[in-house]
Write a protein that binds this ligand. Structure first.
Ligand code: NI
Length: 259
């Protein structure tokens, strides 16, 4: 196998006990490359540290809507530090995860939007794509992406099962990354959403340690499980596992500008 997990969180404390051992085994279990995603200032530092330590690990840096500070001044200061991390890092492949989350946070919509816009501007400055986290915020997400175009495009991480968002996202040139919920038995419209996405815009991710796919739902997730998402896509698209595995591997290298 030659797997590429485009979004996980290997810095998560749930990996503290066996992180090195797990990472050491990933390669032999078929994980050729992975991106560990930042979501806060500290999380971005940890993601970059992992990418410097292991040659097959890449990092994203950014502040998620659930981790933004309370004031614009603090936000600006954190973004300045995020930019400094980039300058000193070698394997940062995107700004992310960034976006809007009105499921967990409805009180601070305004600063969420500002943080999203400022980080799109940062991505354009650094010549990077973005990794988007969006939840219960379809209209605002699309409005911002239309008003603030991202030069290097990006990815909708953990594909939201929303037709409108996927269709409009594709129109804007974005990639759609499928995660564990794609395999859940109650994800009734997952096949329909998979069919909406052309093969050259599909990616797979685990978002581990969260969102383990079937048959491990509820357990700690890890990058090897990206194979179960490939399996699901292959079933829906009526292709072989190997075909989809190769397509999503090439797509990931293209969006992250890796050779
Ligand atoms: Ni994530």
């Amino acid at each position: 196998m030659k797997l590429f997990d485009t979004h996980c969180h290997l810095d998560d404390e749930r990996f503290n006990e066996d992180r090195e051992e797990l990472i050491g085994n990933l390669r032999k279990d078929g994980v050729e490359r992975l991106v560990t995603a930042g979501y806060s200032l500290e999380g971005s530092k940890r993601a970059v540290e992992l990418s410097e330590k292991y040659d097959f690990i890449y990092a994203t840096i950014g502040i998620s809507p659930n981790d933004i500070p309370e004031t614009i001044e603090e936000l600006d200061e954190e973004l300045k530090q995020i930019e400094e991390i980039f300058i000193n890092a070698k394997k940062v492949v995107a700004v992310g995860e960034i976006g809007l989350d009105y499921h967990w946070n409805t009180e601070n919509k305004d600063i969420q939007k500002q943080a999203f816009i400022k980080q799109i501007e940062l991505a354009n400055k650094l010549n990077l794509p973005i990794q988007i986290h969006t939840r219960d915020a379809v209209m605002d997400t699309l409005e911002i992406l239309k008003n603030y175009p991202v030069d290097k495009k990006g990815i909708f991480h953990c594909c939201p099962f929303n037709r409108e968002l996927v269709k409009e996202g594709l129109k804007l040139g974005f990639y759609i990354s499928f995660a564990g919920p794609t395999t859940f038995k109650n994800a009734k419209n997952a096949p329909e959403i998979i069919q909406l996405v052309p093969e050259d815009k599909m990616l797979v991710e685990t978002d581990s340690p969260y969102l383990a796919p079937e048959p491990f739902r509820g357990k700690r997730n890890d990058p090897r499980n990206v194979q179960f998402i490939i399996k699901k896509i292959a079933e829906v698209k009526e292709k072989s596992f190997e075909d989809i595995e190769k397509i999503v591997y090439e797509n990931a290298n293209r969006i992250f500008n890796l050779i």
